[in-house]
Every structure is written in C-alpha cells, then in structure tokens.
Design a protein around this ligand. Structure first.
Ligand code: GLU
Length: 346
C-alpha cells in the first residue's frame, strides 16, 4: 500500500501525533492496564553484529522505551511508551527469531518476509513442523538485498561458479542460510556441491581476509556493516543474481523483487543486479493490543524516525508509505488499530 506522506502527516496531525512527542490516546490505554511501578519488559530479537537488524533494533528499542522513573519526554527525557523497557537482542536471524516469538522466548523480532510467510504457513524450511500462526506484523521495514560476496580474482562470475568452493551460507537459524538454499537451487546447485560453512557474517569476513573462505551469502540491507568492513580491507565483488535464475525465483517466491546494489555502496564494487526481500517487524499475537498500539504509534513519531535515520542508512527507508507493503503475516490488532486511527488503513 502506498500513501502520500502528506495525507499521512495530515491524518497523524489530526490525532495530535505528529506534533506531540509521545503516544497520546494509546498511552493512557496501556498505562491503565499497567499501573504498577515495575517496567514491562519487551524483547526484540535482531541478528548478528555484522548485520543491519541489530543497529536498527537497538535504535527502536531505545525509542519505544520509557521505563518508570524516566525523565519526561517534554523535559528532554524518554518519549517512548510509558512503563516500557525494550531491549534488542542479537540472534542467529530470521528463522531463530520467528521461532523465539512463537515460543514466547521473546516478544518480537525482525524477519525476512519470505521466512515469516514460510513460518506462518508451515512451508519451505518449516515444512513438517506446526505452522507458527501466532506471528503478527507491526510494520514492513526496509528492503534486504541478496549479497553473494567473493574475493576479487576468485574467478566467480556467477553463482554456478561456487561449485567446489569454500562458501559460508551463514548460521543455521539465519534467514540467510534458509533463503540461500533457494538461490543455490535456482542455479542448479545444492549445498553438498559446495564446501559449505555455517558461520555468521562477521566470522566470514575474518576467513575471507585470511583466505580460507572464497565467498559468503548475506541477506541484509546495504550497506551491510560486515561487507563494508571486508571491502575496506580486501578487494571484493558481489555476484549478481540475474537472468533466468532470478526470473524463476521471482515467479516462485512472491516476496523476492528485482533490485540493485548501487555502484560505490562498497569500496571497489560496481552496480550489481540482485534480488531483495522486505525486512519486517513481527510480534506475538499474545502481546496486548493496547501495548502494540502504543509501540506502533511511537515508532512513527518524528523522534523515532530521526533515531532510525541515525542508526543506519536503511533507517531512512523505514517509512509509513511502505509500512503495510507486502506484509507476510496479518497485522497485529494493536498495529491495525493505529494505522486505522491515522487513516493509513481504511
Ligand atoms: N536477513 C538476515 C537473516 O535473517 C539478517 C540480516 C541482518 O542482520 O541485518 O539472517
């Protein structure tokens, strides 16, 4: 769903949201149910330290927090949800996150849209397991790009050339690992055709530097910190995902779209055609409606938007206009209420 920024701001302004610092109507609702002095903890599962989930999740956690005893928002203090203490946790990534949300180990987390959909429907990597039907969405966040990173001069021009090479597919539990199988498959490869390793991006960077790894997969918003670090240390290339293979993938998996990594995103790397998938903020259906409504309201305040922009360049792409685009699971009723209140949903 695409909405003009103006009409949204007008709607938000009518509710006193754009101009005020905190969540007005909903805050009262959540506080009324949360009258004790103990903070309500709220855990956000993110990703590895080499990724983008972690800095974005950390900025969001800080922005939505406003634990008891905080300095008031209008006096330069917290503008988050009164009573809430949110924290971002590092994690293995999308697959681990949806499982942690469903089991109640965390309240919320980030996941690639393809993984969230597969989890919710019990398909793909979740086939044969109970569908994780308690997953709900707060918002679509920003596009993540398929990075297939190789050392320059490794004679890898296409994914097919990875046959027999030392390649990290990221950790088991990451969205990267699960979705990399789809990419390999589209190029007629299986994991067993590679010397596959299962390490997070920051470790992959170390092994690329010392020459014990030829390539690694990473599904992340650009510029992905791990890839930036590597490009600044050794000459790298990104392998494009194009042609028939890319077409087949997009036809089969509706959450993938064609996209590019622009020239200069990473030192020495040219414009690269690849696929993208939405990163989405998910929450358990068990989190109370009033609380999710307040969190959603705080997410779209100018303060939070500014904090997101500062945390990582992808923070600038987290916009109300695309908050409801391509959601992989149903909106949480609290988020839905907020979007209806501001006129983003009819
Ligand atoms: N999309 C990646 C995954 O689920 C994580 C990317 C990131 O940490 O920014 O494995």
């Amino acid at each position: 769903m695409h909405l003009s920024r103006r009409s949204l701001l007008r709607a938000a302004g009518a509710l006193g949201l754009a101009a005020s610092a905190g969540p007005k109507p909903g805050a009262a609702a959540f506080l009324a149910q949360n009258s004790n002095k103990d903070p309500r903890f709220f855990r956000i599962a993110t990703g590895s330290l080499g990724g983008v989930y972690y800095p974005i999740g950390s900025a969001l956690a800080l922005a939505i927090s406003n634990p008891p005893g905080s300095r008031p928002c209008d006096k330069g203090g917290s503008c988050g949800v009164p009573g809430l203490l949110a924290s971002a946790q590092s994690s293995h990534g999308s697959v681990a996150n949806v499982q942690a949300i469903a089991s109640g180990a965390v309240d919320s987390g980030f996941a690639q849209a393809d993984i969230a959909y597969a989890a919710y429907t019990g398909t793909g990597p979740f086939r044969g397991k109970p569908a994780l039907t308690s997953l709900r969405a707060i918002a679509n966040l920003y596009p993540e790009h398929v990075h297939v990173v190789v050392r320059k001069g490794a004679s890898v021009a296409t994914v097919r050339d990875l046959r027999g090479r030392a390649v990290s597919l990221d950790e088991i539990g990451s969205g990267t690992f699960a979705s990399a199988q789809l990419i390999l498959d589209a190029y007629g490869l299986r994991e067993s055709d590679l010397k596959a390793q299962h390490i997070p991006s920051d470790q992959a960077v170390q092994r690329m530097k010392d020459g014990t790894l030829d390539a690694f997969f990473f599904f992340a918003g650009y510029p992905a910190p791990a890839v930036t670090e590597l490009a600044n240390a050794v000459a790298i290339d990104l392998v494009p995902i194009v042609g028939e293979a890319a077409k087949r993938l997009r036809a089969r998996y509706k959450f993938f779209s064609a996209d590019i990594v622009p020239v200069g995103t990473y030192k020495g790397v040219g414009r690269t055609e690849t696929l993208a998938v939405g990163a989405q903020w998910l929450v358990s259906a068990n989190v109370p409606e009033a609380l999710v409504r307040d969190i959603t309201a705080v997410m779209w305040t100018p303060q939070t938007q500014q904090a997101l922009e500062k945390s990582h360049p992808k923070g600038r792409q987290i916009k109300m206009e695309t908050a409801l685009s391509g959601l992989a699971v149903p909106l949480h009723p609290g988020a839905e209420r907020y979007y209806r209140d501001v006129g983003a949903l009819q």
